[in-house]
Design a protein around this ligand. Structure first.
Ligand code: TMP
Length: 213
């Protein structure tokens, strides 16, 4: 597979959508073929699973939630991500398995071993090449979340839940500094995007030298 998988992560209110578009545009300007997609979602079946997962008021056990995330991921990898990587495209994915560790592991308290097991079955060794973790202080996330008035199943969670999710994301970034690049998303947008551009420049030049080895 000659393509690259770049994932964008972060808790609610970090400015994921705007910055995801920035990443995709930046790569297109470098002449890459870019596929923008998201999890849970990205295929008709996975989008249906997404609507179950996000439906406000829907009662789901944490284990069911995790299994649905991986069911959506399985079909998304098979139908969208792997074919794109085989074509040599650059896939920019709004969230991926780090979100399962952060939300279902950290947020819901599910055992990491269960997530590890599903990950190895579903991903068969496929990992993101680069993950951009957008981080803001809890207060900023809370303000933005409340202002937006989001009401999906996750947005309806309380501060303590998102505090655990954020802590899990930061643990992942600390454990895998090569793959996961932390970006301070509380700064004004041009400065956030400058940080992202630097991450991408470094990544693209490393990816280029790898291809020519
Ligand atoms: P978003 O894509 O609009 O941010 O919404 C997706 C929600 O799903 C978000 O609250 C995080 C959550 N999520 C998980 O809990 N686990 C996962 O593995 C993924 C991909 C997303």
């Amino acid at each position: 597979m000659n393509g690259r998988l770049i994932t964008i992560e972060g808790i609610e209110g970090v400015g994921k959508s705007t910055n995801l578009e920035f990443v995709a545009d930046w790569l297109r300007q470098q002449g890459k073929n870019v596929v923008v997609t998201r999890e849970p979602g990205g295929t008709p079946v996975a989008e249906e699973i997404r609507s179950i997962l996000l439906q406000p008021g829907r009662q789901l056990s944490s284990e069911c939630e995790l299994l649905l995330m991986f069911a959506a991921r399985a079909v998304h990898l098979e139908e969208v991500v792997r074919p794109a990587l085989c074509r040599g495209d650059w896939v920019v994915c709004d969230r991926f398995t780090d979100a399962s560790y952060a939300y279902q592991g950290g947020g819901r308290g599910l055992a990491t071993e269960m997530i590890d097991e599903l990950k190895s079955r579903v991903q068969q060794g496929l990992e993101p090449d680069l993950t951009i973790l957008l981080d803001v202080p809890m207060e900023v996330s809370e303000q933005r979340r409340k202002k937006r008035g989001g009401t999906d199943r996750f947005e309806a969670e309380q501060l303590a839940f998102f505090t655990r999710v954020k802590a899990s994301y930061l643990d992942i970034a600390a454990a895998e500094p090569e793959r996961v690049k932390l970006v301070d998303a509380s700064l004004p947008l041009p400065q956030v995007q400058q940080q992202i551009a630097t991450v991408l420049e470094n990544f693209v030049s490393d990816a280029g030298s790898e291809l020519h080895k």
